[in-house]
Design a binder for this molecule. Sequence first.
Ligand code: DLL
Length: 432
Amino acid sequence: MWNQPVECLPREELRRLQFRRLQEVLQYAYAKVPFYRQRFQSAGVRPEDIRQLEDIKYLPFTTKDDLRDNYPFGLFAVPMQAIVRIHASSGTTGKPTVVGYTRHDIEVWSEVMARTLGAAGASPRDVVQIAYGYGLFTGGLGVHYGAEKIGCTVIPTSGGNTKRQIMLMRDFGTTILCCTPSYACYLAEVMAELGVKREELKLRAGLFGAEPWSEGMRREIESSLGIEALDIYGLSEIIGPGVAAECPAKGGLHIWEDHFLPEVIDPATGEPVPPGEEGELVFTTLTKEALPVIRYRTRDISLLLSDPCPCGRTHVRMAKVKGRTDDMLIIRGVNVFPSQIEEVLLSLGYTEPHYVLVVDREKRLDVLEVWVEVSEHIFRDEVRGMEELEEKIRREIEALLGIGVKVRLVEPKSIQRSEGKAKRIIDRRDMK
Ligand code: DLL
């Protein structure tokens, strides 16, 4: 464990610390950021009205649109001289969201990332290959600083150049791999093509995140690479990677609560959900200087697990993210996330972990087609049996998720591989 006294702080103390820091950050944001002052005023609340943690529900939310509307630096609480780093997330439309860090923020980020890597057992003896993108994306540099803080040997490969990644992994004796889960699958596939055996590598663990992935995908990665695959969660607006991390118990991701205060709300009403129920995650930063964020709506669907964890850490856990509200498909009234379809596909075992969901509209009804690759031998040997297999998978999805879909088995390697965040949905409705 990287920081046992804090990671195992008794809950009562943790809550007292959170409340003290919440009061500080509210006063700070109110004083330094006109946006927050105006928002609080129009909601009729002042920082001192918040008398206990639960009162946070009286404060207004902050959304991605608020960051965009104040592009680029309008929500910063410090002058530019105090900013030592800028990151930005591109998003799919419009202007990027820009985030800034003071030197203190970078220290906090390195600390939470050190805890995150520590939860995977990282120590100065580890060689950590970082195949998250370096640049404006927070993945590369965020993980990098945490690994250096621990004293690991860092290999900053960034994403892409897959064959070289594998060569370096073998020649430099990489023990921990950090990248998106979809890229880990692709690395395993190319390794097999190159004839590189698992035994030639020293790899023992991987920290995979930045996109939703199912338990089925975990099994796939763990068996193809022969490693322990752990989940790592974060978002630029809150700090980047390192908001929450899985420990070897694999029963949810510990949220580093001394720095980030989580809530779960009903995305439709904005009201808090009862404890333990699923909803949208909302975070408040408790220690950020450059960009304090109050009640940020992540659009990520998860739930909080507050029963004790066998690892001894006391920080509350969030369940693996099911998906983003933006990616939720409503198929004939039933809500589905790509990760649920992924789980069904991979648990059946007939197909490869490469799939894409195509959404279209026929006669004013939304229809979903699942395109998924079959393995080389099925494709070659069983062309006649393909239709039967499609039918079988279709029935399983229908039985488990209660939605009617079309299934199309496609040729091996025909679905585009991802080096970063995979694009799982092709929405043709917008094109009509
Ligand atoms: O993806 C930060 C990150 C980098 C996290 C590396 C983990 C590892 P953004 O580009 O701002 O930041 O995207 C944040 O990605 O709101 C989620 O929708 C999604 N996401 C991140 N981690 C996970 C995860 C980085 N473990 C958005 N599971 C978030 C599911 C995740 N979704």
